[in-house]
Design a binder for this molecule. Structure first.
Ligand code: ACO
Length: 308
């Protein structure tokens, strides 16, 4: 029976049919999905914090309304993703416990500080730009609930990317001080964004199996290259310079060559020692504790109405 199930699973993958929650799947496939989807959900929720810091300080009512909506969208993405992971038999409590106890990762990028308003522009333009690059192929992921959640998330991320670029454009068309603020934000966010795609393909332990299972469709390095190729002309349009002296168009490859990534910084941030790791986790845990009464009230309400 086990070999029949395995054969049916492999045949579905070969025919590009989605694997659904009720279908048989190998334990390792389930485990990989729970790992990736829950880490992705945690990234969305932790990702609300660096930008949430700026809602009260947005420079106009319009910018405040946009940022508020954007941060709220990230919360929504976290919820779709937690719900997608729950279909695999894990609970919200288990996932949050793994985050709060430091056992689960979330994206390295959210451990950097947001020092000026231009950081809201740089995050939207670069971080959300990188997120879309990585997430559009996930709409074709072999696991149905994850793939479907990603479709809506990508539509919203595309709005987020444009609002970030719009902030950068306003700053670059503004005073010299505003343009300098935009350049400073690009200088600080460029390399951490390039790292977001994960380790090089030859040092990525999960890639090969995840590609075979159709969870990942494009490799870390290929996505990183696509992101750089797409972003360089946008920086030129803004009149900003990317902080990489080795960045150069390579006619033969039809791609940009770029400089060495400081992987020791990436490993440090993953290991919990980035500029804001402790602050992010403690803010997140406080928000969870402060929200206890809301969860209790929702449970009491559901109980009163027969669990509906
Ligand atoms: N930040 C933190 N951890 C990372 C990062 C990163 N930027 N990149 C890779 N890692 C971790 C992986 O999670 C893995 O750790 P684990 O095995 O303990 O889980 C380890 O580094 C090795 O990396 P890979 O073998 O390349 O891992 P994987 O195949 O899972 O690829 C990737 C990593 C590309 C991030 C993948 O998991 C993915 O596409 N996830 C969904 C997208 C996502 O989570 N985006 C979050 C940021 S976008 C946003 O929220 C706006």
């Amino acid at each position: 029976l086990a070999s029949q199930q395995q054969a049916r699973f492999e045949a579905a993958l070969a025919k590009e049919q989605k694997i659904e929650a009720q279908d048989w799947m190998p334990d390792a496939y389930r485990k990989t999905l729970v790992r990736q989807i829950s880490q992705h959900a945690h990234s969305e929720i932790i990702g609300m914090l660096p930008e949430g810091n700026w809602i009260t300080r947005a420079p106009s009512l319009k910018r405040k309304a946009i940022l508020l909506a954007k941060v709220q969208d990230e919360g929504g993405h976290g919820l779709y993703l937690y719900a997608a992971a729950e279909t695999l038999g894990t609970s919200r409590e288990q996932m949050l416990d793994a985050l709060h106890s430091g056992r689960a990762k979330y994206s390295s990028i959210f451990n950097y500080p947001t020092l000026t308003w231009a950081d809201m522009g740089a995050i939207g333009w670069l971080v959300d730009g990188a997120a879309i690059m990585n997430q559009v192929p996930l709409c074709r992921c072999s696991y149905g609930p994850y793939a479907r959640a990603m479709i809506r998330i990508c539509k919203e991320e595309s709005f987020h990317q444009r609002q970030g670029f719009d902030i950068m454009l306003s700053l670059c068309k503004g005073t010299p001080a505003q343009k300098a603020m935009a350049q400073d934000a690009l200088n600080r966010w460029w390399w951490p964004t390039v790292m977001m795609f994960g380790p090089n393909d030859d040092s990525s332990p999960n890639s090969r199996q995840s590609m075979e299972w159709g969870i990942k469709r494009i490799s870390n390095d290929a996505l990183r290259q696509k992101f750089i190729d797409a972003t360089v002309p946008q920086a030129e349009l803004l009149g900003l310079s990317i902080p990489d002296p080795a960045l150069k168009w390579n006619e033969e490859r039809s791609h940009y060559d770029f400089g060495e990534i400081d992987w020791s910084e990436f490993m440090r941030v993953l290991g919990g020692d980035g500029p804001c790791n402790k602050e992010r986790l403690s803010t997140r845990m406080k928000a969870h504790e402060d929200g206890t009464w809301v969860r209790e009230a929702a449970m009491a309400y559901a109980k009163k109405h027969g669990g509906k």
